[in-house]
Design a binder for this molecule. Structure first.
Ligand SMILES: Nc1ncnc2c1ncn2[C@@H]1O[C@H](COP(=O)(O)OP(=O)(O)OP(=O)(O)O)[C@@H](O)[C@H]1O
Ligand SMILES: [Mg+2]
Length: 360
């Protein structure tokens, strides 16, 4: 069982020097707007993913006016104790250490402390373009398959190189087809593997999403989720060959796994145009809880669950279903924030399980 027992923050976002002890499996965090609830969840997320859930550049995670930050987290997994240390030095250099040994590659840390975050803006995963859904899928798979993460890093690097090359061909008016062939071969290698992994994992993942949607919503609507990829119809090598002339005109790679998507429908119609706000929220939770279930099965223990402002998102019935499923039917640690301390207290008390309430 994975437990976060203690976290210390130095100059991370709005925190100057703070320490939090987590004594129970269910942790409520409450306080007024802007007090630092989301930032505390983000600090926890940081120790799992070596980056913020919300902010891309580390400089913005440093408390305004200060230089560098430090997050120290004490975990236990069964009998084993682990200390994760995340440091951004004054010169901006970043270090991640597990039990005092620094990682040479941060990607090696991903998946060791599995965690699922659900935050208000995540609804964009349902309502926005395909990029958010791919990011979700990649975060899920990377936590259980380190090789996948490496393929993805490699794919993105080669994709950038291919795009620069296409631009260079256009700028100079000369196309080196031999070089393009080499690059196509290099891109197809990780591309095909990423496709195969996504296909395999989604076969197991999609039925989970559908079951959880039905459970959370209590509806009998038919929600279908389908993996969409240009690679369903041809090999990546063939696609790159077919799209070569077009790519040369567009100066970017127009086919590949970076275009994959999840097509979602509600009773046969496009989900994001048809579904109500509550149905969209329910689907978001179904996807995130399916991630939770998937990680739990793959690791043999439940990941941590970080729920930010979920009370604003779901009606009473759906909220209780959710809390029952994550707090009572599971033994993973859960952190849940709310602006209303009493509301949070009442919800947690109803579960009839020990909990801790941190008032910020
Ligand atoms: N780098 C930073 N330096 C200093 N303060 C920061 C930094 N980044 C964010 N903040 C501040 O941290 C504060 C707390 O933000 P946070 O999102 O954690 O609040 P919250 O408790 O979740 O509020 P809400 O209930 O509105 O969601 C905000 O006022 C924000 O301006
Ligand atoms: Mg917040």
């Amino acid at each position: 069982m994975l437990r976060l027992n203690n976290i210390s923050l130095l100059q991370f976002k709005n925190y100057m020097v703070s320490q939090f002890q987590f004594t129970d499996r269910i942790v409520g965090i409450c306080g007024k707007n802007g007090i630092g609830k989301t930032n505390l969840l983000d600090a926890i997320y940081y120790t799992c993913f070596t980056k913020s859930y919300f902010i891309k550049t580390d400089a913005q995670n440093v408390r305004l006016g200060m230089q560098g930050f430090r997050i120290e987290a004490d975990y236990t997994k069964g009998n084993r104790a682990d200390k994760v240390l995340c440091i951004v030095r004054e010169n901006g250099k970043k270090e991640i250490l597990l039990n005092e040994s620094p990682y040479s590659k941060f990607s090696e840390h991903i998946g060791k402390f599995p965690c699922v975050m659900i935050a208000p803006d995540d609804i964009q995963m349902i309502t926005n373009g395909s990029e958010e859904r791919r990011r979700f899928l990649d975060a899920l798979i990377s936590q259980v398959d380190h090789g996948y993460l490496l393929q993805l890093i490699s794919y993105n690097k080669i994709l950038q190189q291919r795009n620069s090359l296409l631009k260079q061909f256009s700028d100079t008016g000369k196309t080196n087809y031999n070089l393009l062939d080499v690059m196509n071969e290099q891109l197809a290698r990780p591309g095909n593997r990423i496709y195969e992994t996504r296909k395999k994992i989604l076969q197991e993942f999609i039925p989970l999403v559908r079951t959880l949607y039905a459970q959370i919503s209590g509806e009998s609507y038919d929600v279908q989720v389908e993996y969409e990829s240009q690679l369903h119809h041809s090999s990546y090598e063939t696609l790159l060959f077919q799209f070569a002339e077009r790519d040369l005109i567009l100066q970017r790679t127009s086919a590949g796994i970076h275009k994959d998507d999840l097509a979602i429908t509600l009773n046969g119609n496009v989900f994001k145009s048809m579904a109500s706000q509550g149905q969209k929220k329910s689907l978001l939770f179904a996807c995130k809880l399916a991630e939770f279930e998937y990680l739990k099965k793959a690791n043999g223990f439940a990941p941590m669950l970080l729920l930010d402002d979920v009370f604003e998102k779901l009606d009473e019935y759906r909220m209780n279903n959710l809390l029952q499923s994550v707090c009572v039917q599971n033994d993973g640690q859960i952190f849940i924030t709310d602006t209303h301390c009493e509301r949070l207290h009442d919800h947690l008390q109803q579960l009839a399980h020990p909990f801790q309430l941190i008032r910020l």
